[in-house]
Design a binder for this molecule. Structure first.
Ligand code: XCC
Ligand code: SF4
Length: 628
């Protein structure tokens, strides 16, 4: 490996050099060892769903096989493969939500999990026509949880969707037969239809994918966020720091990585347990330093201002610093390589969820019935590991960045209330006005992962810089939000990098030009924002000057997200080519024809500057159509 700066920011180079010296392997070594990706797989042309195969379709017409052994064409195979990615992504987000809903179901006044935001609970109960009159808040919580759980396996009709969806959008979904029925049912439908000998029509296959993805965005993710807010509170704007320099030389460093707030909220409590803090001092540390990573990092910083160590591609680098006593993980986006890597250092690698057990890790199952006790046990293990640190061989980079976080829709409204007219208080109308006055030209949602095939964070940063310079407000979640936070774009001072209009809005409201709206499940906050704005204007979401961008995506969850964002009526840019180019038909549906179905489409563009230019053009076109 030669030029480290071609795949990470300069502040991470020292860690890659240390890794090299330590003789350990990282994701970038494996990218190199993998050489060029499989040509057929990249195009989506490989099918292995039955034992007559695996079958591969030749990408060159007239050369090799044009059909699988069952007769499936390239269109069929590519569309099936894509639909299965959507089903997997939907399953991941929604199963996360199911876990949170179970917590609400078990929440009690005396228990480890309590209801921190009764107002949000009551408003959700009212929205779902649950009778709250004279009932105890925990009884209401129990009932809301039961109704929420029905959304997974509802036997008949449509599922319960949020009030923030404009009626006109729901009519469109019904008309196009993509109105979701129940989360589990949609996932199962895709698994059934992609079985050998079922769906062999690319367009209908994709329609099922659209329907499933909507169950993810507007139900799985949406409920996950709402009920997390009910249990752990609605995020408020707060300042914190990002990047690996938040690791502390003289403290027990714990990296908490994964997705579900059920674990992270308890670990957060445990690290301030006085007995454990005393214990940390006994082993020679100054204290316990909890550092979030990936979406768990986002969940923690959103609600508590916990420091964020970084995004997806920094999990191995964190270990290489030599200062991490434990990497504690639950589910999703955890590199299994951590098992090997942590063995080369003193770091304990602790898995906690039966959903993601990893050979070579220490498994301490997190027991939600005795959550606090479980969390303390896990933290204690980290503390006991502190004396094993090799103090002679550590490397903590020095760059860390302050950023603002916590912009739930509720918090955005609160900020705007300070300047709103009396009759517009408590609404998103001030945002609508700034868009109508062209101070804000449009809104871009930057979301999704890092992908080691792209220089870490590069696309996220370039696109965001260009957009805010052109008065486009950026709202960000997931690893994208962390990338932008590290780059210094998510603080109040960065308003000076924005165009005049956006800058004046940011200064007036005291907000950054890039609003950190949370984890990937929290993209539902962005859905809520767009739905409510569309309702205020009495238009469809597809009429708004709003776009989605996933500049460095890699996961199946990101595929489900991209598809539900487009199905919601929001044009979406992908910076990484999806594995679909083996079917001209599938490509054509996604970048063209789908617009006739849902009023939005995909754009694939790997160049960040061109991406931003296309977005600006498209936003201007939407404005023109709206007559603003
Ligand atoms: Fe995972 Fe959510 Fe992607 Fe980051 S952005 S790599 S999915 S942690 Ni969700
Ligand atoms: Fe081959 Fe058809 Fe079986 Fe796929 S389903 S592996 S294309 S025979």
């Amino acid at each position: 490996m030669k030029n480290f700066e071609s795949f990470v920011n300069s502040d991470m180079v020292s860690l890659l050099e240390k890794g090299k010296r330590d003789g350990v392997e990282t994701v970038w070594d494996r990218v190199e060892a993998m050489k060029a990706p499989c040509g057929l797989g990249s195009k989506g042309l490989c099918c292995r769903i039955c034992a007559m195969g695996p079958c591969r379709i030749s990408p060159v017409p007239g050369k090799g096989s044009s059909r699988g052994i069952c007769g499936a064409t390239a269109d069929v195979i590519v569309s099936r493969n894509l639909a299965r990615m959507v089903a997997a992504g939907t399953a991941a987000h929604s199963d996360h939500a199911r876990g949170i809903i179970h917590l609400l179901h078990q929440a009690s006044r005396e228990g480890d999990y309590t209801i921190k935001n009764p107002d949000k609970l009551i408003s959700l109960a009212k929205e779902w026509h649950i009778d709250t009159e004279g009932k105890d808040i925990y009884e209401i919580g129990h009932m809301v949880a039961e109704v929420a759980l029905e959304n997974f396996g509802k036997a008949f009709g449509e599922m319960k969707l949020p009030a923030s969806i404009p009626e006109i959008r729901k009519e469109l979904w019904r008309r196009e037969n993509i109105m979701p029925r129940a989360i589990d049912r949609e996932v199962v439908s895709i698994m059934h239809s992609t079985h050998i000998g079922c769906m062999a029509d690319a367009e209908e296959m994709l329609r099922m994918a659209l329907r499933t993805s909507l169950a993810d965005g507007w139900a799985g993710s949406y409920m996950g966020t709402a009920i997390s807010d009910i249990l752990f509170n609605v995020p408020k704007a707060t300042k914190t720091e990002s990047n690996l320099a938040v690791l502390e030389e003289n403290q027990v460093n714990i990296i908490l990585h994964g997705h579900e707030p059920s674990l992270s909220e308890m670990i957060l409590l445990a690290v301030s347990d006085s007995q454990l803090v005393t214990k940390a001092k006994e082993v020679g540390a100054d204290g316990i330093n909890l550092v979030g990573m990936c979406c768990t990092g986002n969940e923690l910083s959103m609600r508590h201002g916990t420091k964020n160590g970084g995004n997806f591609l920094q999990q191995e680098l964190a270990v290489i610093t030599g200062t991490v006593e434990a990497v504690i993980v639950d589910v999703q986006c955890i590199l299994p390589s951590l098992a090997e890597l942590t063995k080369k250092y003193h770091t304990d690698f602790i898995t906690t969820s039966p959903t993601a057990r990893i050979t070579g890790a220490t498994h301490i199952e997190f027991n939600e019935e005795h959550a606090y006790e479980s969390a303390k046990k896990i933290v204690l293990k980290a503390i006991e590991n502190f004396p094993n640190r090799n103090k002679e061989d550590i490397c903590i980079p020095d760059t860390k960045t302050e950023f603002m976080v916590g912009y739930s829709v509720e918090e955005i409204i609160k900020h705007m209330d300070k300047v709103a007219n009396e009759n517009e208080k408590g609404t998103l109308m001030p945002l609508v006005n700034t868009i109508a006055e062209k101070k804000i030209r449009g809104v871009a949602a930057l979301v999704g992962c890092n992908n080691p095939r792209i220089k870490q964070d590069y696309n996220h940063i370039k696109i965001a810089e260009k957009l805010i310079e052109n008065n486009i407000l950026v709202v960000a979640t997931g690893c994208s939000a962390t990338a932008l936070a590290k780059a210094g774009l998510v603080n109040i001072e960065s308003a000076k990098l924005a165009g005049d209009g956006l800058r004046s809005v940011c200064e007036g409201l005291n907000i950054p030009p890039v609003l950190h709206m949370g984890s990937c499940v929290d993209i539902s906050r962005i859905l809520q924002l767009t739905g409510e704005v569309a309702k205020l204007l009495n238009v469809d979401i597809s009429d708004l000057p709003v776009v989605g961008v996933a500049p460095e995506w890699m996961s199946e969850k990101a595929v489900a997200i991209g598809v539900y964002v487009v199905s919601t009526g929001i044009d979406t840019w992908l910076g990484v080519l999806p594995q679909i180019t083996g079917s001209e038909k599938v490509v054509n549906i996604l970048v063209n024809d789908i617009e006739n179905i849902v009023g939005a489409k995909f754009f694939v563009e790997t160049d960040p500057i061109k991406t931003a230019e296309q977005i600006i053009e498209r936003i201007d076109m939407k404005r023109q159509k709206l007559g603003i």
